[in-house]
Ligand binder design. Structure first.
Ligand code: MN
Length: 300
């Protein structure tokens, strides 16, 4: 199934004809704050599955063009992100480490935005804001110390994810924490519909120019390893999001750009970029130009 959130916190299932509203089954109410209904639906998904399947048979979909899709999990307990998890990206960044010997960092949940929410560039003169196309994993079950052989027990589904970043040498979390720096969507595809998450083609364009083209088979730390590593340290909760790392081809975006990300079998987002007027801090007083070493886009 494809689980979406739309029109101010409604929850829906995406089918060929559009979105079927299942807010009543999910217990979603627009006035609830924080909006944690998606977390409970993910936790209790198997219990709700018969009612959801009945809704897919019996209810009429609203065309996608008539709704506004929002990020499917607006209040994750955490967003876990693995840095330098493709060798060719490590080469372009001149990084000697890889996620396998580095571990993860966290992005604030407040950085999460949706497929129709513009990425707001902070006003940080002398700096570049880069796109990072990533496969997002949505956790489905509370777990701790899950061994890698049991990784699939933890996974609810997959989504497209953009890990936006101000390039620089300052604290990584700081540079990746701005509001709208973590678009996730356009929906969650449940794990049962993604047979080979370790062999998904992933591409990113800016204004129609292909910038990133890779395959999740080239992940350095694989999906079982990412789940085992994170759950060795922290309890994972339903709705937690893992940003699995970006391949080569990262680059700057500017006001008016559109970032298009497509992940095979998962979905597509076309995210607008707008220049904001806020966000400057003395931390970014020194200009910085990233010494990116251009890599061939090889994987398909
Ligand atoms: Mn990243």
């Amino acid at each position: 199934m494809r689980l979406a959130r739309f029109d101010g916190g409604k929850i829906g299932l995406v089918v060929d004809g559009g979105v079927i509203d299942v807010s009543d089954i999910a217990g979603a109410s627009p006035e609830a704050w924080p909006d944690t209904a998606p977390l409970r639906l993910i936790r209790d998904f198997e219990r709700h599955r018969p009612a959801l399947e009945a809704a897919m048979r019996e209810r009429a979909p609203v065309p996608l063009a008539d709704v506004r899709l929002e990020t499917p999990v607006p209040w994750p307990n955490k967003v876990i992100a693995y840095p330098v998890n493709y060798h060719a990206h490590g080469q372009e960044m001149g990084a000697s480490y890889r996620a396998k010997n580095q571990g993860f960092f966290l992005k604030p949940s407040s950085s999460v935005s949706g497929p129709n929410d513009p990425v707001e560039l902070p006003s940080v003169p002398g700096r570049e804001v880069h796109h990072e196309a990533e496969l997002g994993i949505i956790i489905g079950k509370e777990c701790r110390s899950l061994p890698r052989e049991r990784w699939h027990e933890a996974v609810f589904g997959y989504a497209c994810l953009l890990d936006m970043v101000v390039r620089g040498r300052e604290e990584r979390v700081f540079r990746k924490a701005y509001d709208t720096f973590c678009p996730v969507g356009p929906w969650i595809v449940t794990a049962d519909e993604v047979e080979h998450p370790d062999a998904l083609s992933m591409k990113l364009w800016v204004n129609g120019e292909l910038r990133q083209a890779a395959n999740t088979r080239d992940l350095v730390l694989d999906i079982p390893g990412m789940i085992a590593t994170a759950s060795a340290v922290m309890t994972l909760y339903p709705g937690d999001i893992i940003a699995t790392g970006t391949p080569e081809g990262v680059g700057a975006v500017q006001d008016g750009d559109t970032i298009r990300i497509v992940i095979e079998g998962v979905g597509e987002m076309n995210v607008p970029v707008v220049q904001g007027s806020r966000g400057m801090t003395e931390v970014f007083a020194e200009p910085y130009v990233p010494p990116i070493v251009k890599q061939e886009l090889t994987a398909k």
